[in-house]
Design a protein around this ligand. Structure first.
Ligand code: ZN
Length: 639
């Protein structure tokens, strides 16, 4: 059954050049769009740029150009980046386009006429960087919690959207639709946020302060607040609200965002849609941040120019693969060239590239370059493994679990690689009487490659297309074509060596196999870890260790061992449950800097979700929490 799918990335704010975070979200969306098209769905894939607001006006003034000129140039940079990454968006919306402004004004007028918008006075702590007011509770030491810069006190008349009245409705909706916001940690985060009263949302800015925006249709002394303007892109890109495109796609909208913009999407946006009489989005799919790992890439790779340089060096497919395989969707991940090269060599060059090279070479050398007529493998273990991989990948993609979809395919690669080793076609080829056995093996390998050439297309479009060409396949495949046994006997097969050439390590880390064995025995002391296997730098790099500041701590009721600890982690706060109550009084921890594992899978202890782990050393009943030796800001990376 084919479906209608409307898939969006956020529209990217053009105050900065495209960076790795933008590229990552866009690659996820692109792979999903390609996957759904492969499944035969009717897909509309939207991306674009967000171009209004203080920051753009200020940047333009500084550069001595008009905001329009700046917007044109910076928006073009995003388009160019996506062109280079082979992104297959169906539309690209800009908030400075008349088609967008028309829909924003229409929705504003509707809300105003319905009494959902009122004029009020607002005084508050304002951050020019964030273009928003902060409540007393959100302010950290008098400064913006994001920018750490002092806030300005501003008092002005503004229009407000009656968002507060939707609080109860929104909580009900999130409970009613468990996958509205996913993965679940973000759903919980929003439910937590909604335990406090929801305020009305200021949706205007006086033109005396800011000209660069969409004028309110009912009062042209004001322009529209950027978030209210930007979110509506998802609707405006579909054209008029009563048009055919809107009716077709809007009921199927899936948003894909990074966690930094969770609140506007999970709180403002559903309330705005509800008030405007529009259906709430189907799902909000949220991914984590990319940290920039240790090593020399750390300062440069944040810029997509550097990410694109990686693409130029190692290929677009390798870049896409790394982003989707390395990041557990929803959690933070670390980007380092070393981990990148590790994945490229292990997964792409070894597992996939070698398999393709071996299998095509054997079909050419032992099978005369044609798929043999040996349709005997439909019930084989390899065929079963393929069906499982296909089913697992399909299920994972339903949940936007890109890493799991790829892991499922790679499990199959392992099965096929072992199959070659156990059947040893090069031995079979030596005995003419074993011809039918050899043909059965070559047939199986050809079918495996054929399936891979289709299923990998959304993730590794260039490699998949080379693979399909080597198997004599042209045209646009569908997921149904990936079923086992679809590659016809007699089809011509060409050798495909070096689909992903191995690369030498970019950084100086020693591969673990070259290290001398760990000393054991006479040097062993209680502190050594002689029995622990060595890990590679890439493995170590998967741990996201951060400095965090304890802002509150209390005993977990009915537990002797556990403390519930609230920590600040730069841009966010976390709750952790730590087994240190027998060693630390809660009040002794508050204000202290600690080191936490920030990307540990959350675990629930005594009914409390622990979002990370505090590091501590211990020996025979003495326990000490690790503390940085000098003052480091919360969120600082530990490597
Ligand atoms: Zn700020």
């Amino acid at each position: 059954m084919s479906r209608v799918v409307y898939l969006t990335t956020p529209i990217y704010y053009i105050n900065a050049a495209p960076h790795l975070g933008h590229a990552c979200t866009t690659i996820f969306a692109d792979a999903m769009a390609r996957w759904r098209r492969l499944a035969g769905d009717d897909v509309f894939f939207l991306t674009g740029t967000d171009e209004h607001g203080d920051k753009i006006a200020q940047a333009a003034a500084k550069a001595g150009v008009t905001p329009r000129a700046l917007a044109d140039a910076n928006s073009a940079a995003f388009r160019e980046a996506w062109r280079q990454l082979g992104i297959t968006n169906d539309d690209f919306i800009r908030t400075t386009e008349p088609r967008h402004a028309a829909v924003v004004q229409q929705i504003l007028q509707t809300l105003y006429d319905a009494g959902e918008i009122y004029l009020g006075t607002y005084g508050g702590h304002y951050c020019y960087g964030c273009e928003r007011f902060y409540t007393e509770k959100e302010i950290v030491e008098g400064a913006c919690p994001d920018h750490r810069t002092p806030l300005a006190w501003i008092e002005e008349q503004n229009y407000f959207f009656r968002m507060s009245k939707y609080q109860e409705w929104l909580v009900g909706l999130i409970h009613e639709r468990p996958d509205l916001i996913r993965p679940e940690r973000y759903r919980n985060e929003i439910l937590g946020f909604l335990r406090d009263p929801l305020h009305d949302l200021s949706i205007s800015r006086p033109r005396t302060r800011l000209e660069w925006g969409i004028p309110l249709p009912f009062d042209d002394r004001y322009v529209t607040y950027v978030w209210f303007d930007a979110l509506i892109n998802y609707v405006s890109a579909l054209g008029p609200l009563d048009g055919a495109r809107h009716r077709k796609y809007w009921p199927h909208v899936e948003h894909l965002i990074g966690k930094d913009i969770l609140k506007p999407h999970a709180v403002y946006w559903p309330c705005m849609l509800k008030a405007a009489g529009l259906e709430v989005f189907q799902r909000l799919n949220v991914h984590g941040y990319w940290g920039l790992g240790g090593g020399k890439m750390s300062k440069s790779v944040g810029n997509v120019v550097e990410a694109l340089a990686l693409k130029d060096t190692y290929g677009n497919d390798a870049f896409r693969y790394f982003v989707m395989r390395e990041m557990v969707f929803g959690l933070d991940a670390d980007f380092s060239e070393e981990a990148f090269v590790g994945r490229l060599n292990a997964d792409l060059a070894n597992d996939l590239g070698n398999l393709v090279s071996r299998a095509t070479t054997m079909i050419v050398n032992f099978g005369g370059g044609r798929v043999p007529a040996a349709g005997v493998s439909a019930g084989s273990a390899t065929a079963d493994a393929w069906r499982k991989a296909l089913a697992d990948a399909t299920a994972a993609m339903e949940e936007f679990a890109f890493h799991r979809a790829l892991a499922a395919v790679w499990e199959f690669l392992g099965v096929v690689n072992r199959y070659i080793d156990t059947t040893a076609p090069w031995q079979l080829a030596k005995s003419p009487e074993r011809r039918s056995e050899l043909d059965a093996v070559l047939f199986t390998l050809a079918q495996a490659l054929h399936g891979l050439g289709i299923v990998l297309a959304p993730f590794l479009p260039e490699a998949a297309s080379k693979l399909r060409a080597a198997l004599g396949q042209a045209g646009v495949p569908t997921l149904a074509d990936a079923a086992w046994g679809r590659l016809a006997p007699g089809t011509t097969v060409a050798k495909l060596p070096a689909l992903f050439p191995r690369v030498e390590r970019a950084t100086g880390a020693t591969p673990s196999s070259n290290r001398p064995p760990t000393a054991r025995g006479e040097h062993a002391s209680p502190a050594t870890t002689g029995q622990t296997p060595l890990v590679t730098m890439a493995d170590f790099g998967k741990l996201d260790l951060r400095v965090a500041k304890v802002i509150a701590a209390e005993r977990v009721p009915k537990s002797k061992r556990l403390l519930k600890v609230r920590v600040a982690l730069g841009t966010e706060e976390r709750t952790l449950v730590a087994g240190i109550a027998e060693h630390y009084a809660p009040e002794a921890l508050v204000g202290r800097s600690v080191v936490i594992v920030a990307n540990l899978e959350p675990a629930t202890l005594m009914g409390i979700e622990s979002q990370g782990m505090i590091l501590a050393g211990s020996v025979e009943g003495t326990l000490a929490v690790l503390t940085p030796e000098r003052d480091l800001p919360p969120g600082a990376k530990v490597t």
